[in-house]
Design a binder for this molecule. Structure first.
Ligand SMILES: *Cc1c(COP(=O)(O)O)cnc(C)c1O
Length: 374
């Protein structure tokens, strides 16, 4: 009898691996550069309330989120740790800008918005005069940030004198490809833009991949995200980061299929004519768990060391895999979705997306286990 009392699916997040990844990125930085942690989108789906405090204990003092609500989620535990350890306070930055709460409350909470437009700068200088902020200068992403022309606004000097400017930052568009000369062009544009601002400023440019581009890109604060969570920061070569996520789901039943039998919705898979009997297994994981429907016809789960392809469409709560080549499979066995045998980047490649999207889409039904929690 399989263990009917057991979990149907389980997501383990290795906090010690995240800590090791943060320390190894920090060790790559030039002597005077600080290493932040980007914990937006609930630490890329892995749990910001667990990740941020764990990194604080390693010495991380700078945390980037996107929304004010995400800052409010991690702030209490970080300030508790600060008091407990009599350490330096953690700084929490809002990448999407001063949105989502009144400026006075934001400043009082100590949240530091990234000012992404001239409007943001005018708003913050007026509504929260003297409060801390980061100025974002666009150097080619054309997504967020003031244009170089905005820096020439006649009232710029006056506005900046009303803001406690912590950093001036920009963001790299193609850092995952070290061969692309856009990296050097953005670096030059960043230097030119910040020189225009004149006074001595602290600067921040590198995301995970930017750190690997070398010391020219490090400046005063690096902002790694994906690499902390085990995602390969580059588009080629061996992944220098440690795996963090182990996701597995239970095989709930097995059946034999003969030539002509079909599987799942739309009868989208049919056992080819003349084919030998196949053994297929139903696994308790579907698109509601973030196992994307795009994985139909592309995905595979690992059972007993064998990669078992997905047959037919991914359903909401289950998926069917071909286990004919896996030995001794029984109901109740685990199928590995993401883990040592199938890293998150491999699943992303099967789904035609990036590891970031796989992690941030992870569902809420998994039993979550945090390894290395203290
Ligand atoms: C998300 C983000 C990061 C982190 O990028 P990774 O590629 O995950 O390291 C850094 N800076 C900004 C502005 C971001 O939006």
């Amino acid at each position: 009898m399989p263990d009917y009392d057991g979990l149907l699916s389980e997501l383990s997040v290795d906090l010690d691996a995240i800590a090791a990844n943060w320390l190894s990125l920090k060790a790559r930085l030039s002597r005077d550069a600080d290493c932040a942690a980007v914990v937006k989108a609930d630490a890329y789906g892995l749990g910001a309330r667990q990740v941020a405090p764990h990194l604080y204990k390693q010495g991380c003092r700078h945390f980037f989120v996107a929304h004010a609500g995400e800052a409010a989620d991690i702030a209490p535990e970080l300030s508790r740790l600060t008091t407990l350890s009599r350490g330096d306070a953690a700084h929490i930055y809002l990448l999407n800008g001063p949105w989502g709460m009144p400026a006075g409350d934001m400043a009082a909470a100590g949240f530091v918005p990234v000012l992404n437009s001239l409007e943001d700068v005018r708003y913050w200088a007026d509504a929260a005069a003297g409060a801390a902020a980061v100025l974002h200068v666009d150097t080619g992403m054309n997504r967020l940030g003031l244009s170089v022309a905005d820096l020439d606004a006649p009232d710029m000097g006056d506005l900046l004198s009303k803001i406690n400017l912590r950093y001036v930052m920009s963001h790299l568009a193609v850092a995952d490809d070290p061969q692309d000369d856009m990296n050097a062009r953005q670096l030059a544009a960043f230097r030119a833009a910040t020189a225009k601002l004149g006074r001595p400023l602290r600067l921040s440019l590198a995301n995970s991949a930017g750190i690997l581009l070398g010391p020219d890109y490090h400046f005063d604060l690096a902002r790694p995200g994906c690499a902390l969570y085990g995602i390969h920061p580059r588009n080629a070569g061996p992944n220098p980061m440690r795996g963090v996520v182990c996701l597995r789901a239970r095989i709930t039943q097995l059946r034999k299929l003969a030539a002509g039998d079909t599987v799942g919705y739309g009868a989208a898979y049919r056992v080819p004519a003349g084919s030998a009997i196949k053994t297929v297994a139903t696994v308790a994981l579907g698109y509601a768990d973030g196992y994307q429907r795009h994985l139909t016809g592309h995905g595979a789960l690992v059972v007993g060391g064998a990669a078992c392809p997905v047959l037919g469409r991914v359903s909401m709560d289950s998926v069917v895999i071909d286990v004919t080549d896996a030995a001794h499979v029984r109901a109740g066995d685990w199928a590995e979705v993401i883990g040592p045998q199938q890293p998150v980047d491999a699943v992303a490649a099967q789904a035609g997306t990036i590891g970031y999207e796989i992690l941030t889409s992870l569902g809420r039904r998994y039993a979550r286990r945090y390894l290395g929690e203290t």
